[in-house]
Design a protein around this ligand. Structure first.
Ligand code: NAD
Ligand code: ZN
Length: 367
């Protein structure tokens, strides 16, 4: 199958992203990313059962003298906590990890954020190699250096910018990913097209069926293109002071929906990528309602997301005023008024300040 390699600029130096089926079993990209004699593999119980043995075997084969330990956390967003972070720190202590030890984060965004944050803190920062196993982690969380854990007071409240030393995205690992998680990842893939590149949206329209049946070349290309968009914007704005906020397209609405539903896992609730899909449609409709963009582009985005099997309408039972109240609380609301990522047309995302609440309510109520 197709292999891709990208190099990402970051404040701590460039790092490679390797993309392709079978990369982990090959072992070379992974082994090359480890500088020292010690590594701590961090993963969750689902991924441990499915994929950890391949990683361990590859490392043992390529680095027979490596001092390797594995730390497994339970799966789920509810485990992205300071208590689990402390367990990873304790595992590094038990390994006697030195400055050139590495953390290998094998899993979705939960493992990547948690293990990345532990690596950011151990001895003020050791290498983390991201080995993403969800589509979302491959196209979003493993790239760009944001790491964090959640607090009861809110998501991602404690964290650090800590770019990986390498990303090894083995698309063969997606074979075991539940369909719903694959579709949720496709929402974030569509987001790159929505804010950066209408041609890429066209490519996604052409490849929608291939992506849904996990055609290896289509998946690898979607991951590579997505990482390319993300790499470019994070290189320009590593600490999210400007442009990087474009990646929040659909997220102000999406977070409000997630918060109203009590976050991922809530019975009958939307997972993050699904909430973002609804949010992107709302952002596109708001752009049209403000006279900034054609409504036809919103319809086009809605059709693509629907083909991906994603929801495009606000779940029943969520009221427009309560969603608006959530958005006022979101960090994207500043003193001047509501800040949204909108678009001028498909592929042309823009940061918009002072969006009138009345227009937002109108779009929410029309849904
Ligand atoms: P996740 O890590 O919870 O993974 C989703 C589920 O899939 C879990 O149950 C996991 O065990 C399972 N799984 C993972 N890989 C699998 C595989 N190959 N086969 C079968 N099952 C598998 O969720 P996610 O969607 O990957 O990540 C969400 C997290 O990412 C959130 O905490 C979010 O805040 C974070 N995030 C971070 C960034 C960033 O820039 N750091 C960006 C986006 C999202
Ligand atoms: Zn997202």
């Amino acid at each position: 199958g197709a292999r891709h390699r990208l190099d990402v600029d970051s404040p701590s130096g460039p790092y490679p992203i390797h993309i392709g089926a079978g990369l982990v079993a090959d072992g070379e990209a992974l082994a090359a990313a480890l500088r020292g004699r010690q590594a701590l593999l961090v993963t969750d119980a689902n991924v441990a059962a499915l994929h950890a043995p391949v990683v361990e075997a590859a490392l043992r084969r390529h680095r027979p003298t490596l001092d390797l330990a594995t730390h497994v956390i339970p799966p789920g967003e509810s485990e992205k906590t300071l208590d689990r972070w402390r367990e990873v720190i304790d595992a590094l202590a038990a390994l006697g990890a030195t400055r050139d030890a590495a953390v290998v984060a094998l899993g979705g965004g939960v493992v990547g954020d948690l293990a990345g944050f532990a690596a950011a803190c151990w001895m003020r920062g050791i290498d983390v190699v991201q080995v993403p196993t969800t589509l979302l982690a491959m196209v979003d969380s493993s790239v760009g250096g944001k790491t964090a854990v959640d607090l009861p007071a809110g998501k991602n409240l404690v964290g650090a910018f800590h770019p990986p030393s390498a990303v090894v995205a083995d698309t063969a690992m997606l074979a075991t990913l539940p369909d719903r998680e694959l579709r949720a990842g496709l929402a974030e893939v569509a987001k790159y097209g929505a804010v950066f590149d209408a041609h890429f949206l066209g490519w996604l329209e052409a490849k929608a069926d291939a992506l849904l049946v996990r055609d290896p070349d289509a998946i690898a290309e979607a991951v590579a293109r997505s990482c390319g968009f993300k790499a470019e914007v994070v290189a320009r704005d590593p600490f999210e002071r400007g442009d990087r906020a474009l990646l929040n397209f659909g997220h102000t609405f999406g977070h409000a929906i997630e918060a109203e539903q009590g976050y991922a896992g809530a019975v009958g609730g939307l997972v993050h990528g699904e909430a973002v899909a609804v949010g992107m449609v709302l952002a596109a409709r708001l752009s049209a309602a403000l006279g900034r963009a054609p409504m036809a582009d919103a319809d086009r985005l809605e059709r693509l997301l629907a083909r991906f099997g994603l929801p495009t309408r606000i779940p029943a039972g969520l009221s427009p005023p309560s969603l608006l109240a959530r958005m006022r609380l979101d960090k994207k609301a500043d003193a001047a008024g509501l800040r949204f990522i909108l678009w001028d047309a498909a592929g042309e995302g823009r940061i918009a300040r002072d969006v009138p609440e009345a227009k937002v309510l109108e779009v929410l109520a029309a849904d």
